[in-house]
Design a protein around this ligand. Structure first.
Ligand code: NAI
Length: 332
């Protein structure tokens, strides 16, 4: 029996979570969910968007599945997502992008994974004004941070039977920061002779991804490039509604869809639960329930290929729960 923390989240979160739980349950995998509230849901009932018991629960169970949480723009509380990543040292952000027959997109054969460093770079938050008319942000790249993210990418490639890792950087211009990242990547690559290694300059990478995404496999990069290119990759395969994600550290792992709370669809039973279902698939693989993960992928593929029960964003008329029922029906 696996014990896993469940944060249904705000907006469409509870609906896509319910749909996902149905599908996970249908695989027969034994999971005891520990449900906790965060975000707006917690602010209303407990007076804080990130109650202590959320962190405690994840620290105890080591694994969590999470729906999207509201982050107020400008004022209000800080992003709970960022707080969770910091508190749990979830340094690797995993963003797979894969084409599915039946989902409209410009490409058919994309199957790549962006591994984004999640704690350093220009996102370390070391920023200040210099006088009144200038501002400065410090880009932080460390040997330790680079080493663990590149190693994570290679270990992931090994586990998933993937063939190639591409390091993405701008070391031609930022010779110290990105230069260090690239130097570390080259060295770590030597420990994995069975996996091909190459590097690309980030601007060239953006063009190549649009021209021939099928040539790429696992991409590893510092925080800022990862933020931008992972959304580009989601766009290659059908957008936010189908983009899963994971935030992983040495001790804890948090699985969540890339999209937000989609407030205009909240409570209407129309949102696409696929990104959340695919995040649950990543979670199942992480806890070594490969068979259950494969069952969900196969069922999703069949539903999409048939094209009869699709949510609105995928061009159909089905509700969130109808889509979930269709997937459950295909699970054998
Ligand atoms: P969003 O991802 O919620 O919405 C962007 C667009 O995609 C909207 O048109 C939305 O309706 C659509 N969309 C998103 N998910 C969908 C789904 N599953 N099915 C169908 N359509 C879907 O991003 P937005 O509007 O920028 O943010 C809304 C709220 O979500 C904000 O409070 C933001 O801070 C939060 N957010 C939370 C995230 C998280 O918890 N990981 C990630 C991104 C945003």
């Amino acid at each position: 029996m696996h014990h896993i923390t469940l944060i249904p989240g705000d907006g469409i979160g509870p609906e896509i979570t319910e749909a996902t739980l149905k599908v996970v349950e249908a695989t027969g995998v034994e999971i005891k969910w520990e449900k906790v509230k965060a975000g707006e849901a917690a602010l209303e009932s407990e007076g804080t968007p990130l109650p202590e018991n959320v962190i405690e629960s994840i620290k105890k169970n080591k694994v969590a599945l999470k729906g999207p949480l509201t982050t107020p723009v400008g004022s209000g509380y800080r992003s709970i997502n960022v707080a969770l990543r910091k508190e749990l040292d979830l340094y690797a952000n995993l963003r797979p992008a894969r084409s599915y027959e039946g989902i409209k997109s410009r490409y058919q054969d994309v199957d790549l994974v962006v591994v984004r460093e999640n704690t350093e770079d220009l996102y370390a938050g070391v920023e200040h004004m210099v006088g009144e008319d200038a501002a400065e942000s410090i880009k932080i790249i460390t040997r330790k941070g680079s080493e663990r993210i590149v190693r994570f990418a290679f270990e992931y490639a090994k586990k998933e039977g993937r063939k190639k890792v591409t390091a993405v950087h701008k070391a031609n211009i930022m010779k110290y920061t990105d230069g260090l990242f690239l130097e570390v990547a080259r060295r770590v690559a030597e420990d994995y002779p069975e996996i091909e290694f190459e590097d690309r300059i980030v601007d060239n990478m953006a063009m190549q991804l649009v021209q021939k995404p099928e040539l790429y496999d696992v991409l590893v990069m510092p925080n800022l490039y990862g933020d931008i290119l992972s959304d580009l990759c989601a766009g290659l395969v059908g957008g936010l509604g189908v983009a899963p994600g994971a935030n992983i550290g040495d001790e804890y792992a948090l699985f969540e869809p890339v999209h937000g709370t989609a407030p205009k669809y909240a409570g209407k039973n129309v949102a696409n639960p696929m990104a959340m279902m695919l995040s649950a698939v990543l979670m199942l693989k992480h806890i070594n329930e490969e068979e259950a993960a494969a069952k969900i992928i196969n069922a999703l593929q069949e539903v999409l290929k048939e094209g009869k029960v699709l949510t609105k964003d995928l061009g159909g008329q089905a509700s969130t729960s109808q889509f979930a029922d269709a997937v459950v029906e295909k699970i054998v």
